[in-house]
Write a protein that binds this ligand. Sequence first.
Ligand code: PRP
Length: 197
Amino acid sequence: MLAISIVIVCGVADDMPPPAIDTILYTAEEIQARVRAMARAIDADHQTDDPLHVVGVLKGSFVFAADLIRAMRTPLTLDFIVIASYLDGATSSGEIQLLKDLDSAIEGRPVLIVEDIVDTGRTLHYLHAVLRARAPSSLKTACLLSKPTRRAVDAPVDYVGFEIDDRFVVGYGLDHAERFRHLPHIAVIEPPAPPPR
Ligand code: PRP
């Protein structure tokens, strides 16, 4: 309850009141336990000497990626790619934009895409096509959250943190109109508020 109050107080700095947070879906402790388990599974699957090239998809994955790589024991290198797929609010535009590409080539290297959430699957579908064309030695994906009922295109995920219902979630990197990314837990906004003008 304390965390919810802090969010509301901090949010009034803008001219528009923040949408109400309904429930906490996963606490910080639950997330950390799940992230550690995912890291163990990735470590167990990656048994080659080649460093795993971890590709975080910004912005949403930055918190998850930071925790996941620190829980992993396998050698790794890190890069980020910036993708935009949503309008500034609760609904998806359906369009994918590559705003920043990887810094290094991935040909012949094992690659792990790290996503915060897979919703329609369009972002991941696009990323798979773009990165596969660069001939990595392997291409796997870890996502913290997945909404299987929302899937519109094929987007296989190798490591899933939590499968969730079709609810608008924020926190732990996920935003609503750029708010709430800093929350250590994952919370639900219900109903989704319209985007600010
Ligand atoms: C979110 C999320 C995924 C994508 C998933 O990114 O981080 O990349 O949407 O949606 P999809 O499965 O329907 O394609 P967003 O475009 O909101 O940007 P952000 O990462 O900066 O929050």
